[in-house]
Ligand binder design. Structure first.
Ligand code: ATP
Ligand code: MG
Length: 623
């Protein structure tokens, strides 16, 4: 599914620079683009029709207005018959007024339509992105996705709505003006048409090139945002390693790529305009020569010739517009391709077609967790991250998953949350295969504190309530107290309403972790996943966090992941993972006696960690 393996961070950086950070998206024709986006205009078909009507009326008024000039010259000025003037002047004014009203309503209506369309499409894309699997975001540059969500979406409007209305308006103008030309004098009209094929040829030549150039330009735009997002999101790392110059250089390089792409499109557009204008001038000179000849032979009146030239110059404007439009449309289709690319991504993890409900009813699980011969490889990876992992946890039991770094412990928790599905084997909750449970049911029953403590910019209250939006104030405080977070929260200037900054950076690591615990507590789910809950904490903080964690674990099925064997010696069951395989299951005493690998690792930890006693997570006397 992922076409862009080569864009993973493993790719050599110089090669990535030359191509830009973001890979090209598959091309799509105009028809395909319309099939994707035209249905989105359905809610506004009424207004769209009104807008199209307004668009059609405009050219009629224009044609009539020019015709008034012919009447003025031929019926008033030349015969010096001034009685007719007031009527013509009134007609002229009337048309002007109608044009004003039409233009006002048209502008309002088309802006409304365009903005609504963009708004809906953007929301739809955002919603779609949230349904995609975590894996999608692991492999794509976030900055590029953001650039599609903000920049590219806007251009689709230029294609789907403005594109259609402008095409229609130009078509009306061209038909009406051409009709008027032939009506005035067909010979002159034919002479004027000589330039038409040349116009078409130029437009075709340019539009194909502009499409390619625009594709490159959008892709490069995505690269620039991606580079900026990556660097700015890791500003602490950049400063700590003094990489500021290198990152600026990298950003500059991406911008140079975008600059080159921008110049390439501009060159095309800049050339297009004078070329068509030159062609237009040549055609007008030709028409004037024929016109003077026709006037000399009384085949056209003075008024006729004047309005003929007027119609002709008016005609070139929609023709030029149509050419420009085709360029805009092709440029917009480069953006549309980038949106289609996102919209056509399917989540790897799907909602079940026939969802089952949990046996206990009320949607709340008892807490049986079973891994049955679970084998898993990350998408695109050739190594198995888990091999035939089997174990069962009874309700209320605590199982510790231990093993060296990279053994597959976090992978297990990702599978339990269904961020991925196993390649083989099954995971069940209360006997239900996770694949058969609605995702919402599963995630309501599993509360997770992940290895990277994930919090978002907002207040402390927002972050805790994320676990249970409908919770009362008392529940909120109870969860914070249980997570040993209430004290530090109360000491903050705004208490629960303190903002914690981007990714919670205004908090300390331990505070962040306790906040995540409070969130997991308030969720009150029967199954609890704790991935390295004490990682990155100093001995003191780790100790402080143990008590709330034990409270959280009582009465729940808990999978606690740790690479430090010392912290989990008293779990009901220990699953010892090595290289994705279960090499031992049992209590600490059993494993110590029967599993040499475990025993060796345990002794290693024991030697290293003199504070072992204080760090034991599951000391029986404390539970
Ligand atoms: N998104 C991913 N795509 C591909 N491979 C991955 C991905 N995440 C992890 N891996 C690989 O899967 C293996 C298991 O990783 P996992 O995160 O489960 O290890 P872990 O036991 O939790 O280690 P640690 O104790 O360091 O947290 C590793 O070899 C890792 O490189
Ligand atoms: Mg891990």
């Amino acid at each position: 599914m992922m076409k862009r393996r080569e864009e993973s961070p493993g790719a050599s950086s110089s090669a990535v620079q030359a191509r830009g950070l973001v890979a090209a998206t598959p091309a799509a024709g105009i028809r395909v683009i319309f099939r994707w986006f035209w249905p989105a205009t359905r809610p506004y078909r009424g207004r769209l029709l009104a807008s199209l009507l307004l668009v059609a009326v405009g050219p009629f008024l224009d044609t009539a207005q020019v015709w008034m000039f012919k009447l003025l010259i031929d019926d008033v000025l030349i015969p010096r018959n001034f009685h007719a003037f007031p009527a013509i002047a009134a007609g002229y004014l009337g048309i002007g007024l109608a044009q004003g009203i039409g233009s006002f309503s048209d502008e309002l209506l088309s802006a409304w339509l365009g903005e609504r369309f963009v708004l809906d499409l953007r929301t739809r894309l955002f919603d779609h992105l949230h349904r995609l699997s975590v894996d999608f975001f692991d492999r794509r540059q976030l900055g590029d996705t953001l650039s599609r969500l903000t920049g590219d979406i806007d251009s689709i409007e230029a294609l789907v709505l403005s594109g259609v209305t402008s095409t229609l308006s130009y078509a009306f103008e061209i038909v009406l003006f051409t009709g008027a030309l032939f009506y005035l004098n067909w010979r002159l009209a034919l002479a004027a048409m000589v330039a038409a094929p040349a116009f078409l040829a130029i437009a075709r030549f340019f539009s194909a090139r502009i499409k390619n150039a625009s594709r490159e330009q959008r892709r490069r735009s995505g690269s620039v945002t991606a580079a900026a997002e990556e660097t700015l999101a890791n500003v602490a790392l950049v400063q700590a390693y003094d990489r500021h110059d290198a990152e600026t250089e990298r950003f500059h390089r991406e911008n140079l790529g975008r600059f080159a792409a921008e110049m390439a499109t501009t060159r095309l557009r800049a050339l297009y305009r004078p070329l068509t204008e030159l062609l237009e001038t040549m055609a007008v000179v030709l028409v004037l020569s024929v016109g003077v000849w026709a006037l000399a032979h009384d085949q056209i009146t003075v008024g006729g010739l004047v309005v003929f030239v007027t119609y002709l110059s008016r005609l070139y404007s929609p023709i030029r517009g149509a050419g420009r439009l085709s360029n805009t449309v092709y440029a917009a289709s480069a953006s549309a391709e980038r949106i289609i690319d996102l919209l056509s991504q399917k989540p790897d993890v799907r909602e079940p077609v026939k969802p089952r409900s949990l046996p206990g009813g009320a949607g709340k699980a008892q807490g049986w967790v079973n891994f049955d011969a679970v084998t898993f490889a990350y998408p695109g990876a050739d190594r198995l991250a888990l091999k035939k992992v089997t174990f069962t946890v009874a309700p209320g039991q605590t199982v510790a998953i231990v093993g060296a770094s990279g053994a597959g412990k976090s992978t297990l928790s990702k599978l339990m949350l269904r961020f991925y599905d196993p390649s083989a084997g099954r995971i069940s909750l209360d006997g239900c295969n996770l694949r058969d449970l609605p995702l919402a049911t599963l995630r309501r029953n599993v509360s997770a504190v992940l290895q990277e403590t994930l919090v978002f910019d907002g207040t402390i209250r927002d972050n805790i309530l994320w676990g249970k939006p409908a919770a009362t104030e008392a529940e909120l405080v109870a969860a914070a107290v249980a997570a040993d977070a209430h004290d530090f929260i109360s000491a903050m200037p705004d208490g629960y309403d303190t903002r914690i900054g981007q990714r919670g950076r205004l908090l300390s690591g331990g505070q962040r972790q306790r906040l995540a615990l409070a969130r997991a507590m308030i969720r009150d789910a029967p199954v609890l996943l704790l991935d390295e809950p004490t990682s990155g904490l100093d001995a003191g903080s780790a100790e402080r966090i143990l008590a709330p964690m034990r409270r959280l674990m009582t009465g729940r099925t808990t999978l606690v992941i740790s690479h430090n064997l010392l912290t989990v010696t008293h779990a009901d069951q220990i699953v010892f993972l090595a290289d994705g395989q279960v090499t031992g299951i049992g209590t600490h005493t059993e494993l110590l006696a029967g599993n040499p690998g475990y025993a060796k690792l345990y002794r290693l930890h024991q030697q290293r960690d003199t504070r072992a006693k204080e760090n034991v997570l599951l000391q029986p006397e404390l539970i």
